[in-house]
Design a protein around this ligand. Structure first.
Ligand code: BGC
Length: 370
């Protein structure tokens, strides 16, 4: 079958012939791939600075943002059946019995670094006509969400980030106002840095959680991204109109910052506007590069005197995948056009080289195998 792969030793990217996978364990299912999203990590792997093939393989099959339909189930699969739509998670646990994170099914917190990631680190991904996966790493997608479910994996970054922020803010009794079981961002301000797919999905998550939500991005409005942001009731602010240091004047206290730009200079500049008792969530993974100057004395004073919490977050556990599916349903119900507009275009697999190697365009491009 066709697969999109990188061969780092040959510096090659493109379609290869890859063996069709078969079930080897009773808890596995075989999935017919429908959609696979392309993200910055895939493009970076194609520059050969990141990503590793599985041991014994020259190539790595790409793809970690997938959605597909189950076509075969093993004898011990209990909660999924043929015909169900599913999304897979990315990380798989390390084998170290002393890694409490991996032993607790929280491989996103793996402490040894020996986890593997499908399509990224030592394990083939989903940019193939079909793949096999254990039931425990799949999340069921209701039929009415199948057109947007390829966004689940990038959305889990925001879901886990927000869950971590709430965990940190349990220290503040006045933030602990519960709306049923869920903490709410009502009365709090969140700013999202960047309006790429991670930023837009982050803005939707914060808005749905009740925050007054602002998105800070370079391009002047109006543009397709600002249109999406404004249509969900969040505010889009261009850095060309408002310097970063003026943001608190526009929005009031900055209670939460969700960084989705991956540019360390901007990300650290923004730390200086975080409010007292605020939480900063880093999501970007910048490529190694030159050192940047920062005003470390001022930042450290602010962090300490303002009781600030700085959290890094990488996706994601099962709970975040379930939260993402539930939020996708909310987005689809409240902002159907906005969530659909996050997917710029679906392309045939034959276009993979252009999508992976040429300049990124649009918001979220998807390879469609259907
Ligand atoms: C993926 C994560 C992964 C990270 C680092 C991101 O693009 O969404 O699942 O852990 O890259 O490899």
């Amino acid at each position: 079958m066709k697969a999109v792969a990188v061969t780092p030793s040959q510096k090659e990217v493109g379609i290869i012939e890859h063996p069709s996978p078969a079930l080897h364990q009773d808890d596995e299912v075989r999935v017919r791939t429908i959609d696979v999203g392309i993200c910055g990590t895939d493009r970076e792997i194609c520059t050969f600075v990141y990503g590793d093939p599985p041991s014994g393989s020259e190539h790595l099959v790409l793809g970690h943002e997938a959605m597909g339909e189950i076509v075969e189930v093993g004898a011990n699969v209990s909660n999924l059946k043929v015909g169900d739509f599913v999304v897979p998670s990315v990380r798989r646990p390390c084998q170290d019995k002393n890694c409490l994170a991996c032993q607790s099914n929280l491989q996103d917190f793996c402490s040894t670094g020996n986890y593997v990631e499908r399509g990224i680190k030592e394990c083939h991904g989903f940019m193939t006509e079909s793949f096999v996966e254990q039931e425990q790493y799949l999340t069921h997608v209701p039929d009415n969400l199948k057109d947007v479910a390829v966004l689940t994996e990038p959305l889990t970054i925001a879901e886990k980030g927000l869950a971590q922020a709430w965990a940190a803010q349990q220290r503040l009794p006045w933030v602990r106002h519960y709306d049923g079981e869920k903490p709410t961002g009502k009365g709090l301000n969140a700013v999202i840095l960047g309006a790429g797919p991670i930023g837009i999905l982050g803005a939707m998550t914060m808005k749905a959680a009740g925050f007054e939500t602002y998105v800070y991005n370079r391009s002047p409005a109006p543009n397709p991204k600002s249109d999406i942001i404004e249509s969900i009731g969040a505010k889009y602010i261009s850095s060309q109109d408002t310097p970063l240091e003026d943001l608190p004047k526009v929005m009031g206290s900055v209670d939460l910052i969700y960084e989705a730009v991956g540019i360390s200079a901007l990300a650290f500049d923004a730390l200086s506007i975080l409010g007292v008792n605020g939480v900063y969530i880093f999501t970007g993974i910048p490529a190694p590069g030159a050192r940047i100057p920062i005003d470390a004395n001022q930042l450290m004073r602010d962090v300490v005197l303002g009781n600030q919490a700085i959290i890094g977050t990488v996706n994601a556990d099962d709970a975040s995948f379930k939260a993402a599916i539930s939020d996708l349903a909310y987005f689809k119900q409240h902002w159907p056009e906005a969530i659909e507009a996050v997917i710029t275009k679906r392309f045939p697999v034959d276009d993979c080289r252009e999508l992976l190697l040429e300049r990124a365009t649009g918001i979220k491009n998807v390879i469609s195998f259907a």
